[in-house]
Design a protein around this ligand. Structure first.
Ligand code: HGY
Ligand code: MN
Ligand code: MN
Length: 439
């Protein structure tokens, strides 16, 4: 990023007359610092392709978390790790009776991921705190910056915060090879005491997340800022076809109970069913493991995944029912059995109407173009939306590429996003009375 040469310090001038005890002053976002911090963070888990493999609970994750923890302390935040492993940095507000305005994202990546997904929002949130600190500004609300644990494999940290994390999920193996339980302990959390990480409705004045779009709409339309209207629901299942492992040379084609054949038909069926109705729903089989998985044995067992995403949870359920029926039919046709066990769910969440308007107004005031759009990727924001008003700010992703080392957002877009994040926080803080939850 730094090599591409954006080293401008952008200065955001906001009227600070409402901060009664502070003299009017300039509140600065330091664009060069944001980019330098992103560059430095990208060294933790860097891959040969130039992306990162900083999967949750790996050593690279722990090192990256230590790096951002230091940044949070430098920004004047009082930092702790909650029982779920979320890093939480807090600065006091003028009115200690008010709930905090929370800014956050994640720094864990998918395997062989990029340098922007989660990282832009994390570094951006820390920069906002640092800008407030340097300007000597005390907001009315306390401000909390949160780096959520294990976003990429099930939003584990935010779902522990909302109370949605189901206990069996602690035993699931994360991308790091550790269970979520061991992983949470590895990064300094306390998996036996998860309830202490919980927040309830009313505990947050608002939650704001800056993120890359991960789609190509903003890039294609040359729009600076996306105002997220809602985040898709995501459901994931473990799918198993059980057949019979048998000799690949002596078993006639008509006598086989081939689990790979069943899985292949299933993959095709998922694609056919999901694309057979209008809408933006997507369905993916992203993992297949065959046992024993050798050339001269008919596979006796296949374990696969199924993931569906859609804004309308009822529509998603109806698509799933069709897929399930087809899975059973395939099992009958191939002499196998079919089971699908759901292991993760994130409900679709609209963002808060008032936050959407504030984000759009702030973008306009900064001279930035903006448009409203849904999010096809999952985010901690959709979980936090259950606890209070939540808003999301998108910036363009070059060609919409994400979850890839080729993921790229331009320096000026990143800095624009952080400016909108700061401006939105200030405007929410300045709002009369407590924020109401509006949809
Ligand atoms: O959308 C996802 O798969 C993840 O939550 N980032
Ligand atoms: Mn993300
Ligand atoms: Mn992601």
């Amino acid at each position: 990023m730094a090599q591409r040469g954006l080293v401008t310090t952008l200065v955001l001038v906001v009227p600070l007359t409402f901060f009664a005890q502070s003299p009017p002053q300039r509140l600065d976002i330091n664009g060069a610092r944001v980019l330098a911090h992103l560059e430095a963070l990208s060294s933790f888990g860097r891959t040969l392709e130039g992306g990162v493999s900083r999967v949750a609970f790996s050593q690279a994750d722990r090192d990256g978390r230590n790096f951002v923890t230091d940044l949070m302390r430098d920004a004047g935040l009082d930092v702790r790790i909650d029982a779920a492993g979320n890093i939480i940095g807090r600065r006091a507000g003028r009115d200690s009776t008010l709930p905090p305005l929370m800014l956050g994202s994640h720094i864990d990546s998918v395997p062989d991921g990029g340098n922007y997904d989660g990282q832009v929002g994390s570094i951006g949130a820390i920069e906002v705190a640092q800008a407030l600190d340097e300007a000597g500004v005390t907001t009315r609300h306390p401000v909390e910056v949160v780096i959520f644990a294990n976003e990429e494999a099930g939003k584990i940290g935010s779902r522990a915060m909302s109370g949605e994390l189901e206990m069996p999920e602690l035993d699931l193996i994360s991308h790091s090879g550790k269970t979520n339980r061991d992983g949470i302990a590895f990064i300094g959390g306390d998996p036996a005491n998860l309830a202490s990480a919980r927040r309830v409705s009313g505990d947050l004045a608002a939650y704001l997340e800056l993120h890359i779009e991960q789609g190509a709409i903003l890039d294609n339309e040359a729009i600076d800022i996306g105002v997220v209207e809602g985040i898709v629901g995501i459901r994931r299942w473990d799918v198993v076809f059980e057949g019979l492992a048998n000799h690949a040379g002596t078993t006639p084609m008509s006598d086989r109970r081939d689990a790979i054949l069943a899985a292949a038909r299933f993959v095709d069926a998922v694609n056919r069913i999901v694309t057979s109705i209008p809408g933006r729903q997507v369905g993916t089989v992203g993992r297949i493991e065959a046992s024993p998985g050798v050339p001269n044995v008919i596979a006796g067992r296949v374990r696969a995944s199924l993931e569906l995403r859609e804004l309308d949870m009822d529509k998603m359920e109806s698509i799933y029912q069709d897929i399930h029926a087809e899975g059973e039919q395939i099992a009958r046709d191939t002499g196998t059995t079919f089971t699908a066990t759901q292991f993760n769910i994130s409900r679709a969440a609209p963002t808060d109407a008032r936050l959407r308007q504030v984000i759009a107004d702030v973008a306009s005031d900064l001279g930035l173009t903006h448009m409203r759009m849904p999010s096809g990727a999952g985010h901690d924001a959709q979980i936090m939306a259950g606890l209070g008003p939540a808003g999301m700010i998108f910036i363009p992703s070059l060609q919409g590429i994400s979850h890839s080392p080729q993921e790229l957002s331009q320096p000026e877009d990143i800095v624009n996003g952080v400016r909108v994040l700061l401006g939105t926080l200030l405007r929410l803080d300045d709002a009369d009375g407590p924020l109401r939850h509006e949809r």
